[in-house]
Design a protein around this ligand. Sequence first.
Ligand SMILES: NC(=O)c1ccc[n+]([C@@H]2O[C@H](COP(=O)([O-])OP(=O)(O)OC[C@H]3O[C@@H](n4cnc5c(N)ncnc54)[C@H](O)[C@@H]3O)[C@@H](O)[C@H]2O)c1
Length: 325
Amino acid sequence: MRILITGGAGFIGSHLAERLIAEGHRVSVLDDLSTGSRDNLAAIAGHPGFFFTEGSILDAPLVARMVADADVVFHLAAAVGVRLIMEEPSRGILTNVTGTERVLEACLERNTRVFVASTSEVYGKATKFPFSEEDDLTIGATVNLRWSYACAKMLDEFLALAYLRERGLPVTILRFFNTTGPRQTGRYGMVVPSFVTAALQGAPLLVHGDGTQSRCFCHVADVIEALMRLLARPESSGRVYNIGTDQEVSILELARQVKAAAGSASEIRLVPHAEVYGPGFEDMARRLPDIARLEAATGFRPATPLSRIIADVLEEKRAALAAAG
Ligand SMILES: NC(=O)c1ccc[n+]([C@@H]2O[C@H](COP(=O)([O-])OP(=O)(O)OC[C@H]3O[C@@H](n4cnc5c(N)ncnc54)[C@H](O)[C@@H]3O)[C@@H](O)[C@H]2O)c1
């Protein structure tokens, strides 16, 4: 198939591009390189079935041309990460709302199958665990701009599902939970690469809050496997799926495991949320997905333990630090 990945130079998108090329598909990537990088695509850059275009999903004519040339679209481009959203909320909102609107409108032209990246953030402050796809979503006040990311992604979901209902557009919503692994950068507040880099440099591992908050970290290779299985099943269109693992770990325990795996003498230091993101910042205590729907549809179960995830990120960051001298 001819597959377009928006945001394909990013963390998840570049792994997806590699896997699709390995399986014989033709892959086009549209990315503005704001958080992604061409280095992420180095392994497939010279492949005859791979095409890269530097540009924005906000460029409607460009998006229309690229979508017209695709059988399937994975729409992953977005302003991602709490730090980035807190620093430039308006850019985040425009990219994540207007950009998605442009991609979906282009897909309407030929009724192109489209996968839309959403996020576990949409569950917000919900307290019923685990989170299931049709649960109520509970977000905070608008003065707390953190919630703009969740709200923008919710609007993306609504628009995609509206086009499905009104025009029969084959859309699949991917609610990614914490995905991690090689190529994820710590620059925008992602915790695993941040901890690993700090541990390797002997810098303190900064745990926000009291560290009892927990998350479920899924290896990007497992996430890609889930996406490949959904791609192979046209009947997945029209549905929302949680994508991730249900193996939970507290952030303090994660810091301890990273420190031990790295053999690091780094201090683990607790830092109040307000000090990192300003006063009034809200964080969620848990974010645990119910992945039964994904498993029932595809037979997928995440396979990679946290120890392996940490080892893979350590290996990558060690090599990067060594190369940087
Ligand atoms: N990694 C996670 O844990 C996670 C969790 C929940 C949701 N997601 C979602 O998955 C998708 C991929 O995230 P990721 O972790 O790979 O992040 P990423 O930042 O590595 O990837 C996003 C990519 O989109 C590109 N991009 C941003 N704005 C663009 C624009 N206007 N035009 C074209 N390209 C643009 C960036 O350059 C980058 O390559 C995003 O939609 C994100 O919201 C990721």
